[in-house]
Design a protein around this ligand. Structure first.
Ligand code: AMP
Length: 533
C-alpha cells in the first residue's frame, strides 16, 4: 500500500475542490459573513503566505486569542499548512496562566480578536517570544492599541498570495495544533496534536456509529475553538464539506436558538451549561429546532433529565460524548446498540446517559488497587486510554510521567464499565467523596438533583467530617420562580440512593462558580463551604 501521509492540507483542499460553493457562515462583532469554501481556501492560502512573509518557521507556534469565526477557521488550516503549529489560547485564563501558556508554547505571532486586545495588552510586557501581533477585525482602520507591531488581518490578506501552495513534504507525525488544559490546580499543561491524529480523529467523527458528521450537515460548533480544537469539528466539517455556522463572540442562548432556526443547523456541540441555557429560552420562546439531528454534549456529565427533556419534549436527538484535552478529544460516544433499541424507555435513557462505548481505534480500561476492574457496571477504577489521537506526553512538562505511563494515558477520571462496554464517569479522582470508607459519586448525586423539577443546576462537593472523614454537601441553584427546601431535595434523592449518600446539607445559591470552559469549580465551592463553617 502507498504510504501517503495523513496531513491537514488535503482536508481543506478537498473542500476547495469538491465543495467550492458550500458556505461558512460566520458571526463577528460587526456582521455576519457568508463565505464559500472557495473563498476560505483562497483566504487561508493568503494567510499562509503572510505568515511565511512574517518570518514564521516550520515547527514554530502561532497563537490565536479568538472566538469561533471564519478567520479563526482560516488559521486552523494556514498554520499547519506551512508546517507551523496553531496554539489556540483560552482567553479566559488568569493573567498568570495566559502569560505562562504563551511563553511556554513560545508563540511567535498572535492573532487576536479586536474585542480581546485588552486581554493581551494587559500582559504584553511579560511576553518573551511574540514578535508580531495581528488583529482580527472587520474595520478598515487599525484599532487603538499598545501592541507593537500590530497589523490588520484583512490588510495583510489583501497583500497575500491566494494561490500559495501548502507544504508537500509534511510528515504526518509533525505537530499541527496545540491546546493547554484548563487547569484548576497547578499550571496548564500543553498538548500537541499531530497531523495524523487530527486526520484520524476527523475520520472517526464521520463514522455512522459515531457522530456521522457529513456533507449533508450544517455544523455549528458552540464549544470554543480554543477548547480541544472545538472538539475537532472545524477540521472534520471542512474535510467533509459540511456547511459551517460559527457563532462568534459573546453569543447568548437566544442567539444560538435563532441561528439554529434561521440557518437550519443540523449538528451542534457544546458543554451542558450551553444546553441548559438553550433549554431555558426555547421553553419560553417559540423557536423552530426541527432541523437539528444531533446535539452533542460533553466536557461535563450530561444529566439524564437533560437528555430526556431534549428528546421527549423538544424532539431533538441529544448525544453524550466523553473526552479530554489530552485525547483530541473523542474517546467514547453514547449510542444505542441495535439490540438496545427495543429496551424499555427507562433502560434506553440509562444507556444514553452513560458516556458510551469507546469509538473505533480507542482502547480503554479501568484500573484500581486490585488491578483491572470487571465490566460489571459496579466496580470503580481509574480510566486508562490509548489510541492514535491520544497524547503520549505533555509539551515540555515534567508532569508527563504522572499521566502517561506504561503506554496508557491515566485520565484521573473514575469510571465503571458495564457488560456492554459503556463507561460511566463516576467522578474525578479528586472529587470522589470518601464517607466512612465507602465512595460516594458526586456526579451521580448532581445528576439526580438536576432531575428535580425546581432545580436549574447543582454541584456536590466533599466536605471534611470528623467521624466519616468526608460527607457530601450539595450547592443548588433553583429555576426562576421555583422553591424547594433541603428536606424536599433529600426526600427526592432518597427515592434513588441509600440514606448515607444523602447530602448533609443543601445550600441554595444564585449561581455556581465555573471554570473558564464552563465546568463547576468544585474546589472553590468546597473552600467556601469549609471557610463558612
Ligand atoms: P477538558 O480537558 O477541559 O476537556 O476536560 C476533560 C475532563 O472533563 C475529563 O477528564 C472529565 O473529567 C470531564 N468530562 C469530559 N466529558 C465528560 C462527560 N461526558 N461526562 C463527564 N465528565 C466529562
Amino acid at each position: 500500500m502507498m504510504n501517503t501521509p495523513l496531513t491537514i492540507p488535503p482536508m481543506l483542499e478537498r473542500a476547495e475542490r469538491y465543495f467550492p460553493t458550500k458556505q461558512v457562515i460566520s458571526r463577528t462583532l460587526d456582521k455576519t459573513h457568508r463565505l464559500t469554501y472557495k473563498d476560505i481556501g483562497k483566504r487561508t492560502r493568503a494567510l499562509a503566505s503572510v505568515l511565511t512573509e512574517l518570518g514564521l518557521k516550520r515547527g514554530e507556534r502561532v497563537g490565536t486569542v479568538a472566538w469561533n469565526h471564519h478567520r479563526h477557521l482560516e488559521a486552523y488550516f494556514a498554520a499547519p499548512g506551512v508546517g507551523a503549529v496553531l496554539h489556540m489560547i483560552n482567553m479566559r485564563l488568569s493573567a498568570d496562566h495566559l502569560v505562562y501558556v504563551i511563553n511556554h508554547a513560545e508563540d511567535r505571532i498572535l492573532l487576536i480578536d479586536e474585542d480581546l486586545l485588552p486581554v493581551i495588552e494587559a500582559v504584553q510586557d511579560k511576553l518573551t517570544t511574540v514578535h508580531t501581533f495581528i488583529v482580527l477585525t472587520d474595520k478598515e482602520q487599525l484599532p487603538e492599541s499598545t501592541l507593537r507591531p500590530l497589523y490588520s488581518y484583512e490588510s495583510l490578506l489583501e497583500k497575500g498570495n491566494p494561490q500559495f501552495p501548502f507544504l508537500e513534504d509534511l510528515d504526518e507525525h509533525e505537530p499541527a495544533a496545540m491546546c493547554y488544559t484548563s487547569a484548576t490546580t497547578g499550571k496548564p499543561k500543553g498538548v500537541l496534536y499531530s497531523h495524523r491524529g487530527i486526520t484520524l480523529h476527523s475520520l472517526v467523527q464521520g463514522m455512522v456509529d459515531t457522530t456521522a458528521l457529513s456533507e449533508n450537515d450544517v455544523c455549528m460548533p458552540v464549544v470554543p475553538m480554543f477548547h480541544v480544537n472545538a472538539w475537532g469539528l472545524p477540521f472534520s466539517a471542512t474535510f467533509y464539506g459540511a456547511t459551517q455556522v460559527l457563532p462568534g463572540p459573546q453569543f447568548t442562548p437566544q442567539l444560538l436558538a435563532e441561528l439554529i432556526e434561521n440557518e437550519r443547523v443540523t449538528f451542534t456541540g457544546g458543554v451542558p451549561t450551553i444546553w441548559l441555557g438553550l433549554l431555558q429560552v426555547v421553553q419560553k420562546g417559540n423557536y423552530d429546532l426541527s432541523s437539528l439531528r444531533a446535539v452533542i454534549c460533553g466536557g461535563s456529565a450530561a444529566p439524564k433529565s437533560m437528555i430526556e427533556t431534549f428528546e421527549k419534549k423538544l424532539k431533538v436527538p441529544f448525544f453524550h460524548a466523553y473526552g479530554m484535552t489530552e485525547t483530541s478529544p473523542i474517546v467514547s460516544y453514547s449510542r444505542l446498540k441495535s439490540h438496545q433499541q427495543n429496551w424499555d424507555e427507562a433502560d434506553r435513557f440509562n444507556v444514553r446517559a452513560t458516556q458510551g462505548m469507546a469509538v473505533p481505534l480507542i482502547d480503554l480500561k479501568g484500573v484500581n488497587e486490585n488491578g483491572e476492574i470487571a465490566w460489571d457496571g459496579k466496580e470503580m477504577g481509574e480510566l486508562l486510554i490509548r489510541g492514535p489521537w491520544i497524547a503520549d506526553q505533555y509539551h515540555e512538562d515534567d508532569r508527563s510521567d504522572q499521566a502517561f505511563r506504561d503506554g496508557w494515558l491515566h485520565t484521573g477520571d473514575v469510571v465503571t464499565i458495564d457488560e456492554e462496554g459503556s463507561i460511566k464517569i463516576v467522578d474525578r479522582t479528586k472529587d470522589l467523596i470518601k464517607s466512612g470508607g465507602e465512595w460516594i459519586s458526586s456526579v451521580d448525586l448532581e445528576n439526580a438533583i438536576m432531575g428535580h423539577e425546581a432545580v436549574l443546576e447543582a454541584a456536590v462537593v466533599a466536605v471534611p467530617h470528623e467521624k466519616w472523614q468526608e460527607r457530601p454537601v450539595a450547592c443548588v441553584v433553583l429555576k426562576e420562580g421555583q422553591n424547594a427546601t433541603k428536606e424536599e431535595i433529600n426526600d427526592y434523592l432518597a427515592q434513588q440512593f441509600a440514606k448515607w449518600w444523602l447530602p448533609d446539607d443543601v445550600i441554595f445559591m444564585d449561581q455556581l462558580p465555573r471554570t473558564s470552559v464552563g465546568k463547576f469549580l468544585k474546589r472553590a465551592l468546597r473552600d467556601e463551604i469549609v471557610k463558612a463553617r
